[in-house]
Write a protein that binds this ligand. Structure first.
Ligand code: SF4
Ligand code: FES
Length: 252
């Protein structure tokens, strides 16, 4: 890291075996035009205080591990640059318990992603029989792909949960990324999981809990637009309700 300028960084510290409460530690970090928040934290760890804990992996906005609150806004550390700030305050992601220093405990978020069954359902048992060689592809038109592609770009960074006031108040709320994932599969022409997923969308912790603040979409680093997915999920849920209450043809 070229040493032409330096910036003061205030970093949240919390080591559960030592600290009753999180506290702030100041560091002065050299930087240039290309220095990211993640690189600044790595400089602190390598040169100033090796006890600092934070999570990262790819350094290219793909793995979703390096989410932090940067001056109170949820951001990816590897995609946020010191050149855009005059001072910085880095903390663990809001709305999650702190595991250690800048590491948020996102287990509840990962559980919600699993809860919405993020895989294709097929109902023909022959298709599920792995001993039978696959002979057919499930082709899709560009139009069919366009219905879910944007919503499939999520990197599971959790920034939208740190931004969501509803999740902050009610940790049971399925939340932006999980509802977007459910919607992504519901719009996939290859999927037959409507029966499995619609009850989640319709439930108390599903799409109707969203108060449409929209901050989730503002902070999303991949432009997934979870607020749009939830809104379209509400339309789908309303339609599903109408289908449930309307008398079925020939039943009367
Ligand atoms: S929807 Fe966006 S902000 Fe939320 S987890 Fe996915 S990539 Fe991150
Ligand atoms: S390190 Fe992978 S998204 Fe930042």
């Amino acid at each position: 890291m070229a040493n032409n300028k330096s910036m003061s960084l205030s970093v949240q510290r919390y080591r559960p075996e030592l600290d009753a409460e999180p506290w702030w530690q100041e560091f002065s970090v050299p930087y240039n035009e290309d220095t990211s928040v993640l690189e600044a934290l790595q400089f602190i760890k390598d040169e100033l205080d090796s006890s600092l804990s934070f999570r990262w992996s790819c350094r290219m906005a793909i793995c979703g591990s390096c989410g932090f609150m940067v001056n109170d806004v949820p951001r990816l550390g590897c995609k946020t640059f010191l050149r855009d700030y005059s001072s910085l305050r880095i903390a663990a992601l809001d709305n999650f318990p702190i595991e250690r220093d800048l590491v948020a405990d996102i287990a509840s978020f990962v559980g919600k992603l699993e809860e919405v069954k993020p895989y294709l359902f097929r109902h023909d048992p022959k298709e599920m029989d792995t001993s039978v060689p696959v002979e057919e592809e499930y082709l899709q038109t560009p139009q069919q792909v366009s219905l879910y592609k944007q919503f499939s770009q999520c990197i599971n960074c959790g920034l939208c949960y740190a931004a969501c006031p509803q999740f902050g108040r009610n940790p049971e709320f399925l939340g932006p990324a999980a509802l977007t994932l459910a919607y992504r599969y519901l719009r996939d022409s290859r999927d037959q999981g409507e029966e499995e997923r619609m009850p989640m969308l319709n439930s108390e912790q599903g799409v109707w809990s969203c108060t449409f603040v929209g901050y989730c979409s503002e902070v999303c680093p991949k432009h997934v637009d979870p607020a749009a997915a939830i809104n379209q999920g509400k339309a789908m849920s309303a339609l599903d309700y109408v289908k449930q209450v309307l008398p079925k043809g020939g039943d009367q």
